[in-house]
Every structure is written in C-alpha cells, then in structure tokens.
Design a protein around this ligand. Structure first.
Ligand code: RFL
Ligand code: PHB
Length: 398
C-alpha cells in the first residue's frame, strides 16, 4: 500500500506553545517545518491552561511579530501578593529586578495568535492528525507516521523531529527507556482550577498560604478570574460544587474577616491539575529533540511551564538555524545540556514555591513554623524577595 508522504526539513509533533513557537521561529529563519497535531484547531484554541508570561517570553513574542494583541490585551503585572497570617505582602518585581514585569495573558490566546500568524504565512499545520509512531531516529531521514482526519495512514519524512507533544505524547515514549534518566516527584495534592465570570478581587495575583490549604487568585481580563484552590490528590471534580468552591476560597482568603472580598460569578470551566515535578534527560535521542512538557513538568506554583516550553524551542530554533546555514551542528549537540541548566533552576524555583505555599498533611508543627518563617523572610528581606522576583519574571537566557 502506498502511504501518502509529506517531506520537510523539521517535523514538529504537537501544536501547543512549544510546537507553534518553534514552527514560527523556523519559518522566520527560512527552514521548512510541518506541524502535526492530534486535536482540532478549535480544541487547542479553547484549552484553558497557563496564564503568566515571563518578561522574556513577552519580548520574544513581540520581537517575532506575534505580540500585537498581547500588547493590547495582556495585563502587565509589576508585582504580586503573598498572603499569609491574614495579611497581604507585596513583592515588587519592577523595583527588585531593575524594571521587569510579567504579563497575564491566557495560554490559549498565545496559541491562537501563533496559529493565525503561521496560517497567514502559509506555514503548514495539520490538525486532527495523531502521530502514532516515530521511525528511524538514528538514520539520516526520520519519519512520523500519523493518521489524518479521515483515519488514513500518512507519513512525514524529515531531517529532524521536534517532539513538542506534551507530557502524554508519543515522543518521549519513542526513546528507548535505557537511553533516558527520569527524575520525578509527585505531590500528594492537586489544584482545582476554575475560570469564572467574576471580576478579579485584586489588581495583582494573590498566592495564599492558609491552614486550610493554598489558594491562588489570578485573572484573564478585568471581568474574568482564574482561581485555584489546593485539593486532595485523589479528589474528583464532581465533588466540587460551585458553592463548595466559593466557600473554600472565601475561607482561605479570610474574606469574612476583612480579607479580599470574593465576587461570585458564573463558572465557565472547572478542572483538576495534578502537581508533579518531572525531568527526562537527555532531551535528545538521535534526530529527535524533546521540547516543553514532553521532557519536563513543573508544578504550576511558579507559573513556569509555558515559559519553559518556549525557552526550549528558542534554543532549538537557534541550533537548527546554525545547522542549516553553516552546517554547524555544535549547538544541536549541546541542545539538551543548554536547556537543562535553565530547566533545573526552574524546577528548583517551582518546587520551592510549592513547598512554601501549600498545606502538607504530613507536616509536624515544627515544619509548619519553618514554612511560616520562610514566608516571613521572603516578604521582609529585600535579598530574599529579589530572589523570588528574579525567578518569577524569568531568569536571563543561558
Ligand atoms: P502542550 O501544551 O501540552 O502541547 C502538546 C500538544 O501536543 C499534542 N499532542 C499530539 N499531537 C500529535 N500527535 C500526538 N500523538 C500527540 N500527543 C499530544 C497535544 O494535543 C497538544 O496540543 O505542551 P507544550 O507545548 O510543551 O506547552 C506546555 C504548556 O502547555 C504547559 O507547561 C503549561 O500549560 C503549564 N502551566 C503553566 N505554565 C506557565 O508558564 N504559566 C502558568 O501560569 C501555568 N499554569 C499550567 C498552568 C498548566 C496547567 N495545567 C492544566 C497542566 C496551570 C494549569 C492548570
Ligand atoms: C494562571 O493565571 O492560570 C496562573 C497564574 C499563576 C500560576 C499558575 C497559573 O502560578
């Protein structure tokens, strides 16, 4: 049987922030790439996830020409609030980092902007195309077998594959287990997140450490809030009625005792996110490069997942550019090592934020006191606050 085959220089599996940013960077460098994505365009454009863009992510999107709507609609945050002991404590990013800030802009908006830019540049994205096998990873021409929307078996042949298919994709699994080292920590709790038609309770995000558990009040616009509360690792979303959610949020913010007052609104979306730290090393096997969540996961407390995914593909795009322009593969050889330096620093920060802000059922009273002292230190020492701020707005590129 003849399998319909497309040929390109770089095959990209997955149209999340990593795959789409890479596709656009390669397009701008004049390198051919085709993206295959298992879901529909509508689905990936509606998937509610991350919301905080580091300073450098915003700058990159602006520099490549997909930052116009982001500049208009993104909410620039020059600081954040840490809430504990029934009080808010501000971390002033701008003052502590020499003028840097973050931008609150939904991941699905970044995805929409990148898809629009790619399609208007005639850069191909094949939606409803599930990659089922990656082949010949050790040879000169690699292949991606996928099923198109009609269920027809198709093939993509390329010089390289970028595995940008997220944590549950097939790329990492295509690497022989003995060639990877896995580092993992799974937390015993999850985040229940909602998107609601409710005006944000504050101009800035509030990260709350409360006896009852963590809560985070974020936003998407002046009329839409994105809010998370820590829940049990085995909780089912069906156990969380809207009333239970709002009640728990009010309790954790101490709203009835004068804390930020919650304005309840229609819940548009509700979901549970497990909390995990994960790294697979190295991020390369033969001609397959892993980028983004396919290689690493951070717990969302540091707001880093999407930013890290975009930082990876920035390194990969530069390395591929060097290879195609000058036949120099040195940067490709160093890809994994270069990315892992940033990834481990980001793992450290995300784990630290997670430990500092959540309720741990196995904490002894001693551990709880140390946790509160950590919060007191971070919010009273300029040096400690600067460490948080520097990481939150994003470390410089390696
Ligand atoms: P994605 O976004 O998961 O995209 C992978 C894409 O690959 C497709 N795919 C396949 N395509 C073809 N064939 C296959 N066999 C395929 N298997 C999968 C999938 O359909 C999908 O389109 O990975 P990427 O690009 O690496 O991006 C990573 C980010 O999505 C992720 O790290 C962030 O969302 C994490 N995250 C946050 N990151 C931040 O930077 N700031 C935040 O504030 C933040 N908050 C969050 C978060 C993630 C959350 N959840 C739900 C995991 C909050 C939450 C609740
Ligand atoms: C979000 O707005 O979705 C968000 C903000 C900060 C985080 C995680 C998620 O740490």
């Amino acid at each position: 049987m003849i399998v319909p085959t497309l040929r390109t220089q770089v095959a990209i599996v997955g149209a999340g922030p990593a795959g789409l940013t890479l596709a656009y960077l390669l397009h701008q460098a004049g390198i051919e790439a085709i993206v295959v994505e298992s879901r529909s365009r509508e689905y990936v454009e509606a998937r509610v996830r991350a919301g905080v863009l580091e300073h450098g992510t915003t700058e990159l999107l602006a520099a490549i020409g997909v930052g116009e709507r982001l500049r208009r609609e993104g909410l620039v945050h020059t600081g954040t609030q840490l809430r504990f002991g029934a009080r808010n404590h501000r971390i002033d990013f701008q003052e502590l980092t020499g003028g840097k800030s973050v931008t609150v802009y939904g991941q699905q908006e970044v995805v929409k902007d990148l898809i629009a830019a790619l399609l208007s540049a005639d850069a191909p994205i094949v939606f409803d195309a599930e990659a089922v096998a990656l082949g010949r990873l050790d040879e000169d021409r690699v292949s991606v077998d996928y099923r198109d929307a009609a269920g027809t078996a198709c093939r993509l042949e390329a010089d390289y594959i970028a595995g940008c298919d997220g944590f549950h994709g097939i790329s990492r699994a295509a690497i022989p287990a003995q060639a990877l080292t896995i580092f993992e920590h799974v937390y015993p709790f999850s985040w229940l997140g909602i998107l609601a038609e409710s005006p944000p309770v504050s101009d800035e995000l509030i990260y709350t450490n409360h006896e009852r558990g963590f809560a985070l009040v974020s936003m998407r616009s002046p009329s839409v809030s994105r809010i998370y509360v820590q829940c049990a690792g085995d909780d089912d979303v069906a156990e969380w009625s809207d009333d239970r959610f709002w009640g728990e949020l009010r309790a954790r913010l101490d709203s009835d005792a004068g804390g930020p007052s919650v304005i309840e609104g229609r819940v548009l979306q509700k979901g549970i996110t497990p909390m995990r730290s994960f790294v697979a090393e190295p991020m390369r096997y033969g001609r397959l490069f892993l980028a983004g969540d396919s290689a690493h996961i951070v717990p969302p407390t540091g707001a880093k997942g999407m930013n890290l995914a975009i930082a990876d593909v920035r390194v990969l795009a530069q390395a591929l550019d060097l290879f195609y322009r000058r036949a120099d593969s040195a940067a490709l050889e160093r890809y994994s090592e270069t990315c892992l330096r940033r990834i481990w620093k980001t793992q450290r920060f995300s784990a630290w934020m997670t430990r500092m802000l959540h309720r741990f059922d196995d904490h002894a009273p001693f551990d709880r006191r140390v946790q509160l002292a950590e919060l007191d230190y971070v919010t009273s020492s300029r040096v400690a606050a600067a460490g948080l701020a520097e990481n939150y707005v994003g470390l410089p590129l390696a």
